[in-house]
Design a protein around this ligand. Structure first.
Ligand code: SAM
Ligand code: SF4
Length: 325
């Protein structure tokens, strides 16, 4: 499917729950109360049907995310259902890793291809400060994911000045040791208005300079790991492969956007940084024929904006966890 700006859109990220077992500073603040009603979340059958329609239209890559997708008890059923759909080439999963140690192999066996793991710090104290969770559980999850033989396991770290700058070099060494690509992601104004301030924003350009003081960064323009917008560099001495996601400072960021989102409550969201959404849930619940569903996906494609509004005093209306990270 091509959008109005000539971009091929074939990647659907699906939030399967807005619930989470962590409380990351930049995503879901402690004391958060805005939970969606469970009956408003799409059921496993509804998600699988939406994926089937999307695959018929040309979507090929899918990612289950949230919230924390592994807190949903029917995650294996969802993956198994998606795996049977013709046209579904890649099923990815984004997780904080807390519950991954026990689920990595069943997820792999169910047909999951790739796993992205969030890891914002290695120091247990800093990790807990950022997420509220236990880094040792995540590290056990990473080991289990590597052992389970996914096509790819990738690490994601959100950059926060004054919070996890000191953790970046240990993370690079960890990524090199385990031969896992590490993506460093600029903070975006999601969920809360106060999450992104001049004080805590750490641009990828500055991080490249910081890492460049310790190792030589060799650009890898041909490296494309997954379907995201990261620009990869090989660190010459350590051998780490590090991707930089400059969502705010890279002005070409949206030019190659290939994705849309499906929110936990069944809205198609053409762009993370734009409030436009199209309701799919009503059609899923009230039409047995797929034609209206196809039309809604096509309408969402027409609505996909040229670029996000994060640089324009964007005010988040819905939490990131419901939209799907
Ligand atoms: N719970 C899973 C996890 O943490 O990986 C999946 C959902 S989470 C919302 C997906 C990704 O969004 C994570 O890599 C997280 O770090 C990122 N994220 C959340 N809030 C963000 C923000 N304000 N700016 C940048 N990235 C953010
Ligand atoms: Fe939960 Fe992931 Fe958001 Fe952290 S980033 S609060 S782990 S959904």
């Amino acid at each position: 499917m091509n959008d109005t700006f000539g971009r091929t859109v074939d990647y659907l990220r699906i939030s399967i729950t807005d619930r989470c077992n962590e409380r990351c500073l930049y995503c879901m603040p402690e004391g958060y109360k805005g939970w969606e009603r469970r009956q408003d979340h799409l059921t496993a059958d509804e998600i699988i049907r939406a994926v089937r329609v999307a695959a018929e239209l040309g979507f090929r890559k899918f990612r289950l995310t949230g919230g924390e997708p592994l807190v949903r008890g029917d995650i294996l059923e969802i993956v198994q259902g998606m795996r049977k759909i013709s046209g579904v080439e890649v099923i990815g999963l984004s997780t904080n890793g807390i519950k991954l140690a026990g689920l990595a192999q069943p997820l792999r066996d169910a047909g999951t291809n790739t796993v992205n793991l969030s890891l914002d710090a290695l120091d247990p104290r800093v990790y807990r400060q950022v997420t509220g969770g236990d880094v040792n559980a995540v590290i056990a999850g990473i080991r289990a994911a590597v052992a389970a033989g996914f096509d790819r396991v990738k690490l994601n770290c959100v950059l926060m000045r004054g919070v996890n700058e000191q953790e970046l070099w240990p993370l690079v060494l960890f990524a090199a040791e385990h031969r896992l690509p590490l993506r460093l992601i600029e903070l975006m104004p999601l969920t809360r208005t106060d999450v992104l301030t001049e004080k805590n924003f750490l641009p990828v350009g500055e991080v490249m300079r910081l890492l460049g003081q310790r190792d030589e960064l060799i650009p890898q323009p041909e490296v494309k790991i997954g379907h995201g917008p990261a620009k990869y560099y090989l660190l010459k001495q350590t051998g780490a492969l590090v991707g930089f996601v400059g969502a705010l400072t890279n002005l070409q960021f949206c030019e190659s956007c290939n994705k849309m989102r499906l929110t936990a409550d069944g809205k198609i969201r053409p762009c993370l940084g734009n409030h436009g959404e199209i309701d799919l849930r009503e059609a899923l619940r009230h039409h047995s024929d797929d034609t209206p569903l196809r039309q809604l996906f096509l309408e969402a494609l027409r609505l996909k904006p040229q670029e996000h509004q994060f640089r324009d005093l964007y005010q988040p209306l819905r939490p990131m966890t419901a939209i799907g990270g």
